[in-house]
Design a protein around this ligand. Structure first.
Ligand SMILES: C[S@@+](CC[C@H](N)C(=O)[O-])C[C@H]1O[C@@H](n2cnc3c(N)ncnc32)[C@H](O)[C@@H]1O
Length: 392
């Protein structure tokens, strides 16, 4: 599920803080900022907790500001800019003064730049919101700010209290069942996953020796973004993308774009029933974390059942450290911290979880597999590679 990649998601800027802190009588006053604000107190020593908390709670508003920008095509309409807000408003059919305020908020977040009063251009960070760009994260923004993803979050405390998956109480069905009944949402989810996967797709082909395998099946491979990157880099290897019919709705288009229709097939099925045989490597990215332990073990057992003696299962997921690294002020802390929000996202929306190496060893052990290596995937900061072989 979309716990999204890391680097892409980390591009969402932090929210400006109220320097007056919560005691301010005028309420929070976000200050213009071009990125995360310093969180150290006077003298640069102890972190100022009030600034940190302000940054965190304004985060939800910042996310909705991006959502509005996407829905109003702000980045496309400004284009190469600078462009007056009034022009952008006219092109968007929007109220000009309110559009100016939206554009100022986006400038405050570092996604636009205000040149002269009311005239804006798009910053390099803001360009990633342009859905026409091949490296756009617009679908990811849409999905992560969609009520589909957010409504269950309103019941996070219930999930914590009961151990249940809040999504099911809110929507009356499970997450993937809901997507199956809403093809447009499903297509949007697949597009978001594809955008979230690009960083891993760029890094993975060079981080693991795929050339020693004949055929790779990407289990829950979605629109094929990851496997296409692997096959592009390893012309001697064949592939299979295995997913539900809904998950595969855009896959052949991806394979066609990469010229891989001859070398890579798609198989529709249910990994809780079986996984197709015939491959010597079973790849799984961002799949096990969608499921609670027993369900994840079932998927792994089905891989194990068809794995040849020299075959491997390669899991691409975040691997949590045993202890949460100290966050505030540490380099890269904002990115690393996202994995724990992803863990909660799994809790409320799908009932899955992020795992430590020990957790993966336990899951694999229960499925008749043994972890032979685990290492961070360089270039895709939140992900690691966990390689498993048939057990003794
Ligand atoms: C979070 S997405 C990951 C997609 C892809 N691996 C990636 O990282 O971009 C989980 C995938 O599992 C698929 N999936 C969910 N339930 C499934 C099932 N019962 N059988 C096969 N695939 C399933 C979804 O359709 C989706 O493509």
């Amino acid at each position: 599920m979309t716990q999204q990649n890391s680097d892409a998601r980390a591009a969402v800027p932090g929210t400006p803080a109220d320097p007056a802190g919560p005691d301010s009588t005028t309420g929070p006053q976000p200050q213009p900022a071009t990125g995360p604000q310093p969180t150290t107190g006077p003298g640069g020593s102890a972190p100022d907790g009030r600034i940190l908390i302000n940054q965190i709670v304004f985060g939800g508003m910042a996310a909705q500001t991006l959502r509005a920008a996407d829905r109003l095509n702000v980045v496309e309409l400004i284009g190469e800019g600078p462009r007056p807000a009034a022009d952008v408003a006219a092109a968007a059919g929007a109220e000009p003064r309110h559009m100016t305020r939206l554009l100022r908020a986006l400038a405050g977040l570092g996604l636009l730049k205000e040149h002269t009063p009311g005239t804006f251009s798009v910053t390099p960070a803001g360009r990633f919101l342009d859905p026409r760009r091949p490296d756009s994260v617009a679908s990811l923004v849409r999905m992560l700010t969609d009520p589909l993803m957010l409504r269950a979050w309103e019941h996070l405390d219930d999930s914590v209290r009961t151990g249940d998956t809040a999504f099911e109480a809110v929507f009356g069905t499970d997450f993937f069942g809901h997507l199956a009944r809403n093809p447009e949402l499903s297509a949007e989810f697949n597009a978001a996953m594809s955008q979230a996967t690009r960083y891993a797709a760029a890094a993975l082909p060079h981080a693991f020796d795929f050339s020693r395998f004949t055929t790779v099946t990407d289990v829950g491979g979605g629109d094929g973004t990851l496997l296409a990157a692997v096959l592009d880099a390893h012309p001697g290897v064949g592939g299979v993308v295995y997913d539900t019919a809904d998950g595969l709705a855009q896959t052949r288009r991806t394979l066609r774009r990469h010229g891989l229709l001859e070398r890579c097939s798609t198989i529709a099925g249910d990994f809780f029933q079986s996984v197709p045989g015939g491959s010597d490597l079973y790849l799984m990215k961002s799949v096990l974390h969608d499921w609670p332990d027993d369900r994840a073990v079932t998927i792994l057992r089905h891989c194990r059942a068809v794995l040849p003696p020299d075959g491997r299962v390669l899991i691409v997921e975040p691997v949590l450290p045993d202890v949460v690294p100290e966050a505030v002020g540490a380099p890269g802390a904002a990115v690393r911290g996202l994995v724990y929000l992803s863990d909660l996202n799994m809790m409320v929306n799908v009932g899955g979880r992020e795992r430590t190496r020990r957790d993966f060893e336990e899951l694999c052990g229960r499925a008749g597999l043994r972890v032979v290596s685990s290492a961070p995937l360089a270039g895709a900061t939140r992900f690691s590679l966990v390689e498993a072989a048939p057990g003794e």
